[in-house]
Design a protein around this ligand. Sequence first.
Ligand code: PBG
Length: 324
Amino acid sequence: MFPTHRPRRLRRTPALRRLVAETTLEPRHLVLPMFVADGIAAPREISSMPGVYQHTLDSLRAAATEAVSAGVGGLMLFGVPKPEDKDAQGSGAIDPDGILNVGLRALADELGDSTVIMADTCLDEFTDHGHCGVLTPAGAVDNDATLIRYVEMALAQADSGAHLLGPSGMMDGQVGAIRGALDAAGYTEVGQLAYAAKYASAFYGPFREAVGSSLQGDRRTYQQDAANRRESLREVDLDIAEGADMVMVKPAMSYLDILRETADRSPVPVAAYQISGEYSMITAAAQNGWIDRDAAVLESLTSIRRAGADVVLTYWASEVAGWL
Ligand code: PBG
């Protein structure tokens, strides 16, 4: 009548559970995405992401310093230009005085090599049409013309002190084009965290508010279809062949299968991005008293690590690093 096997034995006390826990979550595994906005006098909370702010340069420095003190592995910076500074070419992304490049210099000045400073290398925050690239006269996103802009953007970001660039626009050949340009300019040590498998996701919704995006239409001609997995493996292989130093899967929680497969085959470190909508879902449910916020946050991050992420980008990075 007695079960031969009793897996519950190893779950009985916190000490037993701690002894046999397979997955670790440490501050260094977490990267904090941050937004720096031009033309605001005080930090502005993003209404669909309670607790996440568009920063001024001063509040960016302070929040970044706090995150680094808490032990996070790095920072990923996004720029939010003034609406009137956006144009069809996304010129603000390339301008050394554009807000993202100014923000990168502020971080580099404040923190130097004490953390890893990453930059979003994509035009959507800077284009008036909101797409990740420049458009053909017919309104399609022009892959190869966009690569020329990415190269210029990458050089400006390297010049501003970024350690790792994060090409996130899903243009074909973006990693190789950026690698070639960085090397030719002498930035052989500046690396790329390539958004290799990036899906067209409804869960990016709150991010659009975060960066004041004016996107009309969708990104389905360049971001991946949620129905596909082989396509991701191909994207990962191509990015690695083009010189990616790390690859990323994004979003995280709806794509843990892709993350596991990527981690199993990738010779380079793998990151996953727990995106805005994932943050907002947990935050909203917790605000309603429907789930235990802190437990849900830790469970979500642990599951992303368990699925194979070496590094997790999460808006909770600074807070969770503090808990750990
Ligand atoms: C593109 C970019 C996006 C995000 C990160 N980089 C937006 C998009 O692809 O639509 C989304 C991040 C998030 O939702 O938290 N620059």
